[in-house]
Design a protein around this ligand. Structure first.
Ligand code: CO
Length: 675
């Protein structure tokens, strides 16, 4: 009997999340929905935690509005969402009443398939969300977070699948976040699961290691029912296997998907154009990342680690961190490395290498050890659990379902969302509940409407010399200027003469220099952002007391006093700080902060952005801030290549300068905006 393989395309969620930092506007999705809807996919993945976050943080879009629009544009294809169990789309466990409300509202707005997973693979963390989703009558898919560790075996995964089936799962997903699932292992794993459950099995495996196409084929041979793929122009590297290739591999076989290739190619063409707009967000990966196969560390986590170490000026420590991760991983019972556990384990490994093993233990890492996230697959390190309990002021680890400890909180959310500027709908209350820090700004700015993705193109070379052609006007004569891509200098040709111009890679906004006289100094243990001061300037503090917290690597880390006495802060809330920067003194020393370059102001995205035509120094402005200018007017003068070059307005309106005279600017940097 012919068995038809189903295809879920992830182009509206995981593809752009994996390839270009979750930037894709609804406006770039809707024009192709009609064609997507006619393909006959099992489902289209279109919603999840990162897309929701990106909507409110970067795109000024209401994620619920996106969902409703997609639903209306895809009447024949169920929209799948990725839901982190009791975490929903946030980074903590929510009370059951919020879980119920979220699932209900998502179903009412258009979700057709709930794919639910938990980083710990603790079934108790999925239970409530699964039950709520069942009630809506929508398809409930429960996902197994796949990890390769000495603990995990096919037998254990199959048992888990059986347990999920008991919850009423309509299907099981093997969720391989980082391309660790080898083809022949996939075959055995699917066989093992299929021997225990008789519901469909779907495979999610990223292409990052280059194995994904083979893995999908072997999984299909073992009986997998549905495969996750992405339309070719948005496929491979950190994304997924190309839909068209998978369709053709199976054509004419017992696994034939029956999908129409020419129709898929039209969709691929469309997304090719869309993807180009988001080039500045593209991950640097070319081909495959073999380091994942060596270290067994997920790809997303690897690039996070790279970024974090760069931020800490310690990229040379990468090998040490990669060696540290397996130890930390063992200490927390081989918890699968997926959001948020990959972040928690990764940051702890970085801190262990930079500061000494477990000298600083993040609150989140303590939470993992003390059972706040759920039951860990294997037993955690007992000595560390003891330390974590002590630090958290707990007598014993949590052994019940973690959410049982959380009192109902919907009513509280209703009040808080209102105070934060929400419009009173359940959707707004949920936005606040998921992202309480970001929601107020979004509520306030929502009326300005969605960001136009064309504006991303404008800033494409901001801070980086990507090379390109520019027109420079000198004394009324226009010259074509071509720069070659180079990280440290660019070559500019004016009037046939070639100039090498140093390209200022150093972005403004570096650490402030501090000069200290006397007293004990406290240095920042890590680079990051000052989040809050725990004491007031001038207070008496005791050694060991928390004096401020720093947001670093997406975590809030406390900094402790290293002496007792009167404290003087050298930084304020919101300041960017560098590792080892002096942030306070204790015992009298005055701190003078020397001038530091201001970070360049970002364009609001609502006006016409003027880009610097060349790298150089901004000499002077030609108008007053806010003055009205006409297209073609000189608005500023840049010193570049030993010449004073005017920069002209490209539109009519009021001028808003984004940089101040004296600032080093890079070619393509946004320097002014006309509204
Ligand atoms: Co994925």
């Amino acid at each position: 009997m012919a068995k038809k393989i189903g295809i879920s395309d992830l182009v509206l969620r995981d593809a752009h999340q994996s390839l270009h930092a979750t930037r894709m506007t609804t406006a770039d999705m809707l024009p192709i929905c009609d064609k997507l809807d006619k393909i006959g996919y099992t489902s289209l993945e279109g919603w999840g935690g990162a897309t929701y976050d990106s909507c409110i943080s970067f795109l000024n879009e209401d994620p619920w509005d996106r969902l409703r629009k997609l639903h209306a544009a895809l009447p024949n294809t169920p929209i799948m969402m990725l839901l982190r169990g009791q975490n929903l789309l946030g980074y903590r466990h929510y009370a059951d009443d919020v879980v119920d409300k979220f699932v209900e509202t998502a179903a009412a707005n258009g979700i057709g398939v709930f794919r639910i997973f938990d980083a710990c693979n603790d079934p108790r963390n999925l239970q409530r969300a699964a039950t709520a989703a069942k009630k809506t009558g929508k398809h409930v898919q429960m996902a197994i977070s796949y990890a390769v560790t000495p603990y995990h075996t096919n037998e254990k995964y199959a048992e888990l699948a059986k347990e999920y089936a008991k919850f009423g799962a309509d299907s099981i997903c093997i969720k391989d976040m980082s391309g660790l699932l080898r083809p022949y292992d996939a075959y055995e794993l699917v066989k093992a699961i299929k021997s225990k459950v008789d519901i469909p099995v779907q495979i999610h495996t990223h292409a990052t290691t280059g194995m994904s196409v083979a893995t999908l084929v072997k999984a299909a041979e073992a009986g997998a029912d549905v495969l996750d793929t992405v339309i070719s122009s948005m496929s491979m590297t950190t994304s997924h296997s190309p839909t068209e290739s998978i369709v053709e591999i199976f054509r004419g076989t017992e696994y034939d998907t029956g999908l129409d290739l020419p129709a898929l190619v039209e969709i691929a063409d469309y997304f090719k154009g869309v993807r180009a707009k988001y080039a500045k967000f593209e991950s640097a990966l070319k081909g495959v990342k073999p380091q994942i196969l060596v270290s067994q560390v997920p790809g997303g986590m690897l690039s996070n680690l790279e970024n974090q170490l760069k931020e800490q000026n310690a990229i040379d420590k990468m090998d040490d961190v990669l060696k540290e991760i397996p130890l930390v991983h063992k200490d927390v019972g081989y918890v699968p490395l997926v959001t948020p556990t990959s972040q928690i384990v990764g940051v702890q490994a970085v801190l262990n290498v930079l500061q000494g093993r477990y000298k600083i233990m993040t609150p989140e890492f303590q939470g993992l050890l003390t059972g706040k996230y759920g039951k860990l697959p294997a037993d955690p390190n007992k000595d560390l659990v003891k330390i974590a309990l002590e630090k958290s002021g707990m007598d014993k680890p949590i052994t019940c379902r973690p959410a049982d400890e959380i009192p109902m909180e919907w009513d509280k959310m209703v009040e808080e969302a209102k105070a934060a500027g929400g419009n009173g709908t359940d959707e707004d209350i949920l936005t606040y509940a998921m992202f309480p820090k970001k929601a107020p700004k979004f509520f306030a700015e929502r009326k300005n409407g969605p960001v136009n993705s064309d504006s991303f193109k404008v800033a494409a070379s901001n801070g980086e010399n990507k090379g390109g052609s520019y027109t420079v006007t000198v004394n009324g004569t226009s010259y074509n200027v071509t720069t070659g891509p180079s990280s440290d200098k660019m070559n500019v040709t004016v009037n046939g003469t070639s100039y090498d111009v140093a390209f200022s890679a150093a972005k403004a906004g570096g650490a402030a220099k501090t000069v200290v006289s006397g007293g004990a100094t406290i240095k920042a243990p890590v680079a990051g952002n000052v989040l809050k001061l725990c004491v007031k300037d001038g207070d008496e503090v005791k050694e060991g007391q928390d004096i401020l917290t720093v947001e670093s690597m997406k975590m809030e880390l406390p900094v402790k006093a290293t002496a007792s006495g009167k404290i003087k802060f050298a930084v304020a809330v919101g300041n960017q700080i560098a590792a080892d920067q002096v942030i306070a003194t204790i015992g009298g020393g005055a701190v003078v902060v020397e001038a530091s370059a201001d970070a360049p102001a970002a364009a609001s995205g609502n006006g016409t952005v003027i880009e610097a035509p060349v790298a150089g120094t901004l000499l002077k402005n030609a108008c007053q801030e806010g003055a009205s200018v006409k297209k073609g007017d000189n608005i500023m003068f840049v010193e570049s290549m030993k010449m004073e070059l005017p920069v002209k307005a490209t539109a009519d309106g009021a001028i808003h300068y984004l940089v101040t005279p004296g600032t080093q600017i890079t070619a393509g940097q946004a320097i002014a905006e006309i509204k």
